[in-house]
Design a protein around this ligand. Sequence first.
Ligand SMILES: O=P(O)(O)OC[C@H]1O[C@@H](O)[C@H](O)[C@@H](O)[C@@H]1O
Length: 335
Amino acid sequence: MVLVDAQLVAVALVTICVGAMAMRMARRTSSVVRRLGKNGQEMVALRHRSGAACDVYLHGATVSRYAVPNGHEVLWVSSGAVFNGSKAIRGGVPLVFPQFGPKADELLGITSMSQHGFARTSKWSVRSAEVRLNGDCQVVLTLEDSEATREKFPHKFSLLYTVSLNETCLRTALKMTNMDKATVAPQALLHTYFATDEVAQTRVSGLDGVSYYDQLADETDAQHGDVSFCGETDRVYERGDKLVISCEGQRAVTEIAVEATYVEEFGESGSSATPFAPDVVVWNPHVSKAKAMSDFDDDGWKRMLCVEPGILNKNRPKIAEGNSVILSQTITYIP
Ligand SMILES: O=P(O)(O)OC[C@H]1O[C@@H](O)[C@H](O)[C@@H](O)[C@@H]1O
């Protein structure tokens, strides 16, 4: 008799919990809202009905937050990050375009530009912000050449950045179109800062056997096994499309699927899309470099790593007039 009562109570409790969850899910709807964020800076807040959330600042088109439905924050943002439009946001996903690093390489045909180019410090415009029919959230931001950009980079271009959020993943895709008669070979990076509990215990897999250029040692080497972090790390891997970040002793992993595509337009006869291998930068500043950066919290390097899909190397496509290159990453956190 006692057993029957206990069973009844258990069944009633499960029914109440499931009912409450169903009501919560039913009440939730997805939303994509333009509003003011930190320091009154313009941003777009994407909220998926599953509980997944993403914030995108118009300054630099920087994704500053990605939380999955269980509340876990996937991206790292420095506590010293500056949100007033005066510099790139230190964390999230700043965009690098049209130059990687402090110096322009010869394919760019320019003499000087600030480190990592101007996309991450430019104010982008919102082309569209919507909840799609299936409940997914999406914002499309644009940046076009202006007098100011042409002074540094004498090309007409159009950038379209699409950020899409659903229950399982965040996708960010940068489409770079050459609007000029002359061909152009810009560099680009989705400079993604991932959060981790302890970088010394963190591994990046998917790069075994891939050649890389070590920016600190100024030499080329090949990766053996997973990438681990025991000091300052700054490497440009020559390809990487399926990467996984894991932390020792934890079941959760973050998967990153990277794609790069050259899109050739044929006017009325349509277009063709040819995939090519993207580069990947892996970066952690460790103690002294973190200290040297005014917007990087001193201990922050222990809880972050950058895995940055990019188009950087000398064999990157030269984009002909009207054609485009699309660089995308799909980030899936598996708890
Ligand atoms: O301080 P910044 O300009 O944001 O750059 C951060 C890092 O960005 C990485 O992509 C580079 O490989 C590093 O060399 C650089 O230090």
